[in-house]
Design a protein around this ligand. Structure first.
Ligand code: PBE
Length: 309
């Protein structure tokens, strides 16, 4: 598990660095070509949107459902000139932050709940073909047999539910400098009555081990750390296993992980759900009202994915 975690964070760091380099080189070439080629002196607001952002959609980790949906959108909207840049959640927010600070155009793959909507003025591009699906829910998924082996953990996981605002609050405090563990504990301390509902009537345990798998999406970093801290209050020793999306689903289906709280359904993780159907227990929604799509700063003039053609 540790190996996987290390590998994935190195990969994330490399991808992040690669993207930053790509960002730098485009910054240096753009002004040059503007001065050298008089025809390109037109104000950038009038330049084709594709040219403004080098025909790049800034993606995240390749296993994310959001990436599959974006690839589908590229196909269905006829955006063959466009490239979906693979990276990570962290690389995507780094690129967005940099562009936003310079008021430069950028198009990122985005989702709600996410702290970026609290920090920046952003908008989803309209998706008239409905490729990114309607609002959906985040489910908790347990491995088969968890209920018999660890009934208290199963009970807490089954009861765990909160709102998009709750999740966003934990995400924002992480981005404001708290470690995920501290952000989770601070939220728990402020929301005793909600947390009491999840642990009410649950039999305490003495250091039994529970493993939660998750992907380093900011939303799932928040939820997984909150649930881990609550399980620890009940007496569990919780191991967090940070992996990619495919291994996360394979882990809970194969029993290496006891549970995940990161299943975006029915659309975003439909492939994984079908692939492992029958090999896990779906404990239902822990949060209702998520959204995915293409996101741009509000200062950009485009409003619809169709404007990218
Ligand atoms: N996300 C965040 C994930 C699910 C959670 C939207 C980036 C995905 O696309 O799979």
């Amino acid at each position: 598990m540790l190996k996987g975690k290390l590998k994935s964070s190195i990969l994330t760091a490399m991808l992040g660095a690669g993207m930053l380099l790509a960002g730098c080189s485009s910054e240096t070439t753009q002004p040059q070509s503007n001065t050298e080629t008089p025809q390109q002196d037109a104000p950038s607001a009038e330049a084709n949107i594709g040219d403004q952002v080098n025909f790049q959609l800034i993606g995240i980790d390749p296993g994310a459902g959001l990436m599959k949906a974006t690839a589908q959108a590229i196909e269905d909207y006829g955006l063959a000139d466009w490239e979906l840049v693979e990276g990570s959640g962290a690389a995507m927010t780094a690129a967005l932050t940099k562009a936003y600070e310079n008021q430069e155009p950028i198009i990122v793959t985005g989702w709600t709940p996410h702290w970026k909507f609290a920090k920046y003025d952003l908008k989803y591009l309209e998706d008239p073909k409905g490729i990114f699906g309607a609002d959906e829910d985040i489910h908790t998924i347990a491995r088969l047999g968890l209920k018999d082996d660890h009934p208290s953990a199963h009970a807490v996981l089954d009861k765990f539910h909160w709102s998009p605002d709750d999740m966003a609050e934990v995400m924002v405090s992480t981005i404001d400098g708290k470690e995920p563990v501290e952000a989770a504990e601070a939220w728990i301390a402020k929301n005793e009555s909600k947390v009491n509902e999840w642990v009410e009537g649950v039999e305490p345990v003495q250091g039994d081990q529970i493993t939660l798998a998750y992907v380093a999406w900011d939303s799932e970093i928040a939820s997984t750390h909150v649930v881990a801290a609550v399980l620890e209050q009940v007496g569990y020793k919780v191991e967090l296993s940070q992996v990619e999306a495919g291994p996360m689903w394979a882990g809970v289906a194969g029993g290496d992980a006891d549970a995940i709280v990161a299943a975006w359904l029915p659309t975003t993780h439909a492939d994984y759900y079908q692939q492992f159907d029958g090999q896990f227990e779906d404990l239902g929604a822990n949060l209702k009202g998520t959204k995915i799509g293409l996101v741009v700063p509000s200062y950009m003039e485009i409003n619809s994915i169709e404007d990218l053609k």
